[in-house]
Design a protein around this ligand. Sequence first.
Ligand SMILES: O=C(O)C1=C[C@@H](OP(=O)(O)O)[C@@H](O)[C@H](O)C1
Ligand SMILES: C=C(OP(=O)(O)O)C(=O)O
Length: 427
Amino acid sequence: MTDVWSAPHAPAPVDAVVSLPGSKSLTARALVLAALADGPSRLVRPLRARDTDLMAAALRALGTGIADDGADWLVTPGPLRGPAAVDAGLAGTVLRFLPPVAALADGAVTVDGDPRLRERPNAGLIAALRALGVPVDDAGRGRAPFTVHGSGRVRGGAVAVDASESSQIVSGLLLAGARFDEGVDLSLTGTVPSMPHVDMTVRALREHGVEVTTTDGGWRVSPGPITPVDRVIEPDLSNAAPFLAAALVTGGRVTVRDWPTATTQPGAHLDRLLGDMGADVARTPDGGLQVTGGRGIRPLVADLGEVGELTPVLAALCALAEGPSRLTGIGHLRGHETDRLQALDEVLTAVGARVRQLPDGLEIEPGPHRPARLDSYADHRMVMAAAVLGLAVDGVSVDGPEAVTKTLPDFRERWAGLLGDPVEALR
Ligand SMILES: O=C(O)C1=C[C@@H](OP(=O)(O)O)[C@@H](O)[C@H](O)C1
Ligand SMILES: C=C(OP(=O)(O)O)C(=O)O
């Protein structure tokens, strides 16, 4: 039976301090690199959510030991082998990071997932694997389900890659590249969105002792061992977005604890973006990021191509702003968990905004609010966007809120705490 969630209306300005679980993107990279390393690695405070659980399960299916002591994950690499069936769920990280690992396995590995996963673009990755000497059987679709026929080693070398639909295609090839006989010398055939996520991959590789150089058209990963690393996973700054947005919507104050001083997470741009929308943003002495509202919500005109996953929450803010906004550079969001431009058009229109879809973005003009029953589109970030709308628009409910399990399973409890429990830390 599908769940329906009544998104709470804010009775008063919020005033809260929030702790958030680990980053999905950093946890995924840490798991993959630990599985490919020379010895065991410990992940402290990894994200426990559907996407990262699926990544762990996929690596286990290929022969990696991942012991869970309730707090940390201890990853012990093993010989990679098939046959295996990998459930990628709806996770782009599993869809694009796992196949290059599967290429190193001895035996066939099939990747499949939710119905929507079968629509998410992956032709660039499949073509690149083939060019690197790995047979892939995808029945010509360029999408899941497909089977990677590994033989225990990958030749590697130079490859031209189309990653215009997802940066994860680049990240997947770079993450496994050091284990290819010739490494990987990747050149892009077009543009790539979400560049901070590629920077995140390059930084993670270097932390594991892998040599990565930036070339004219891309990146070169030298062949060689991957050093094990024990690491503490940073909080997920993209999941901080709805909580910080609540300060702006309600004219209140929200602090997210343990905000990293330097990070490749795209959520690091929230200070600038929320500042542009009228928030006061400050670091707290104990290492948090504090956002204070109260001066209204200014419209936003921005290219979000580098920070696409922040779009749903920012678009919700735009629907509550004092004038028309224009968000561009995000055409690739049509291939995310849902077609996010279409979904945002439907949802923001339902609560009273006027929305125009552009080939690569959205124009959003706020209108008189009206209550609405919204859909989650099985997309965690659409639930979070609806939660932000619900603060200002009385009578917002969401079908299928369990989509939040993808990256923040207890989102609704945390949201209730944000509204009900002033200045109290939420765990
Ligand atoms: O590498 C990653 O961890 C991610 C890269 C981005 O993907 P796209 O480049 O497909 O947008 C981002 O949107 C996704 O949430 C996570
Ligand atoms: C696009 C996203 O996820 P995925 O890793 O599945 O691509 C997201 O979390 O916003």
